[in-house]
Design a protein around this ligand. Structure first.
Ligand code: V47
Ligand code: SF4
Length: 354
């Protein structure tokens, strides 16, 4: 164990097996200190946040991922789909705010044509020319390619031409094929998810990456997933931030128990130490809760995501955090945790002085 710790202190890389030793046997204080030292080496006391707006354009979904409490079948109570005019109205409603990013994801609604996706991006771009559009996960890209006979590259090129700036990190879940069979059998495979992100990186589209943890997976499953992300990052450098998404256990058929705050902090520290080539690590307060996210800044995370306003995916599954935060509250939350809030854009460029 000491050898591994010494290597980390020198900024060296650790293997899956070495990270497993740390994850399973290292005490939480030492792990937290190592994670904190690594994030301080890169970012000092800064903690980043973004002024963003979430748009979940439909909750109708052809898939039925076992962990998902957000999706509905068409015609179910509570099923909804925004028209392009609805989207315009939602962007206009907040036109007076200095929003820098619109984060757009939804279900796979079989009634929506290919053109809807392009029109959606174009409408947001038209309503708000300067905002960065981070939209559609690899799940949507694979679905559109599969249903229209287009290649992934063509779909991404059309999205880019309509105004897409970056892809969010959703849909990765956990790459183990055995677990995917139990968690999300209809979803694209881990290999497909990685291929789509590699294609995006090759086209100059930066992307984010995630891991859904705290359900039925083991530490080895987590680390093998992270290893696949780290290897792709070695080749492309296109991932901007890694986001460990804590499973929310309510209202979904998986009925896994969920995990606790100590496991969340271990996950954050191991992520900072293992994912040595992805600069940023997000404490996604909407899923973890605000206090654990504040603690995560002390265990290796440097990014606090954003204002959100209407987070729906985690809240459908019982997340008890607020659905959004004002800028003042977000900054105060970061300050209370002992860090300096620094506004960033989608590409992690600082937009104001610390
Ligand atoms: O892919 C679904 C997850 C993801 C549950 O890129 C659940 O900046 C927990 O990817 N418990 C979508 N998680 C959210 C996502 C995301 C969020 C914020 C920022 C970014 C980014 C990406 O939500 C899905 C799935 O992994 N999810 N159900 C649940 N019960
Ligand atoms: Fe559909 Fe996404 Fe929910 Fe899976 S996680 S059921 S793909 S909305």
């Amino acid at each position: 164990m000491q050898k591994i710790i010494d290597r980390l202190a020198e900024g060296g890389r650790i293997s899956v097996d070495e990270a497993l030793v740390l994850a399973e046997s290292c005490d939480i204080h030492t792990l937290g200190e190592l994670g904190l030292a690594a994030r301080r080496r890169r970012f000092g006391d800064k903690a980043f946040w973004v002024y963003n707006q979430h748009l979940n354009f439909t909750n109708v979904c052809a898939n039925a991922c076992r962990f998902c409490a957000f999706s509905k079948r068409a015609g179910d109570d509570g099923a909804y789909t925004y028209s392009i005019d609805d989207i315009r109205a939602r962007i206009r409603e907040r036109a007076h705010e200095p929003i820098r990013e619109v984060h757009i994801v939804g279900g796979l609604n079989p009634d929506l044509p290919y053109s809807y996706y392009m029109d959606l991006i174009a409408a947001v771009r038209e309503e708000s020319p300067s905002v960065a559009i981070k939209a559609f996960t690899a799940v949507e890209v694979a679905y559109l390619a599969g249903h229209t006979g287009r290649s992934v590259r063509e779909v991404l090129a059309d999205m880019k031409a309509a105004g897409l700036d970056a892809l969010p990190g959703g849909g990765a879940e956990v790459f183990s094929p055995e677990l995917r069979k139990r968690l999300c059998p209809e979803k694209l495979s881990g290999e497909q998810w990685l291929e789509i992100h590699e294609t995006a990186h090759g086209m100059g589209l930066p992307t984010n990456c995630t891991l859904l943890f705290g359900h039925i997976e083991t530490w080895r499953d987590r680390l093998e997933h992270m290893d696949a992300l780290r290897s792709l990052q070695d080749r492309t450098g296109g991932f901007q931030v890694f986001i460990p998404l804590q499973y929310q256990p309510k209202n979904n058929p998986l009925e896994a128990e969920g995990t606790d705050g100590a496991d969340y902090l271990r996950m954050i520290a191991i992520s900072r130490l293992f994912m040595d080539n992805v600069a940023h690590l997000k404490a996604y307060w909407a899923f973890s809760g605000i206090k654990p996210a504040q603690m995560a800044l002390h265990a290796g995370a440097d990014d606090f995501d954003g204002t959100l306003v209407e987070e729906k995916v985690g809240h459908a599954a019982g997340a008890s955090s607020p659905k959004g935060m004002t800028v003042e509250r977000l900054k105060e939350t970061i300050r209370q945790a002992g860090f300096v809030p620094v506004e960033r854009d989608t590409f992690f460029r600082e937009t104001e002085g610390a």
